[in-house]
Ligand binder design. Structure first.
Ligand SMILES: Cc1cc2nc3c(=O)[nH]c(=O)nc-3n(C[C@H](O)[C@H](O)[C@H](O)COP(=O)(O)O)c2cc1C
Length: 217
């Protein structure tokens, strides 16, 4: 049955559904259910969606390592929990607010529990990139993957802490020369019903009109 109150965009898509997915895909750490197995098939379905994202020159320089093996997961967790230099401290330009303290506390929770996460995915990409380097050829797909996971009841957080020990991580996963690990996605079903949009800076503070610093409105 169609919902008469639905906001249908010019595209024909239900904007309530799309906007909700885009605005409530959160970094999930404390609400990861470590006891419930994650089927590889669901992860593959989400990766099929993720690789619809763009890459520079459409070269599809991405590779994805789906880590279900307990020993490999334990190896990654060990790197994550013993990084050099030490991890989670607020970036210097981040105000010391209650919200930031919650992020740090949540990140520390994930660090303590990462060895319990039932599934991990490591997005990798060719290190030779275009003018902007390699990140633009993997992060659009990483975000699509995170959205697809969320739509299927799976939570994750984009993490990078294990890359403080990048060489060990490359050795553990057998990365060939010419590829880099972009991040680590610890994946589990999330507990609870739903997520809310995050509090962000007012949009006028971060969007300019035509030149840096010119207010947009
Ligand atoms: C490049 C990048 C690196 C990140 N690294 C980590 C990390 O190592 N550990 C972690 O717990 N979260 C990490 N995060 C997650 C951020 O802390 C999180 O996205 C941010 O706090 C916003 O969370 P929210 O969307 O739930 O509001 C990273 C995010 C990005 C984009």
């Amino acid at each position: 049955m169609t919902n008469p109150a639905a906001r249908i965009g010019a595209s024909g898509l239900d904007l309530d559904v799309v906007d909700h997915l885009l605005s409530t895909t959160r970094a999930v750490r404390k609400r990861l259910d470590m006891t419930r197995p994650v089927p590889v098939e669901v992860v593959m379905e989400c990766l099929e969606l993720a690789v619809q994202a763009p890459t520079g020159t459409n070269a599809e320089t991405w590779r994805w390592i789906v880590v279900s093996d307990p020993e490999v997961r334990a190896g990654i967790a060990e790197l994550y929990q013993n990084p050099t230099p030490p991890p989670v401290s607020p970036a210097p330009d981040v105000p010391d607010s209650a919200q930031q303290r919650r992020v740090v506390e949540s990140a520390q929770y994930l660090s303590r529990h990462i060895h319990e996460v039932p599934m991990m995915v490591v997005p990798c990409v060719e290190s030779a990139g275009g003018a902007a380097g390699w990140p633009p050829s993997i992060y659009p797909a990483v975000w699509s993957f995170m959205l697809a996971l969320r739509s299927r009841g799976l939570g994750t957080t984009l993490t990078t802490v294990h890359l403080w020990r990048r060489e060990d991580a490359d050795r553990l996963l057998g990365l060939p020369q010419g590829f880099v690990q972009a991040c680590l996605l610890p994946i589990a079903y999330f507990t609870g019903d739903d997520f809310r949009p995050a509090r962000r800076r007012p949009i006028e503070e971060v969007v300019f009109a035509n030149h840096w610093g010119t207010p947009i409105r």
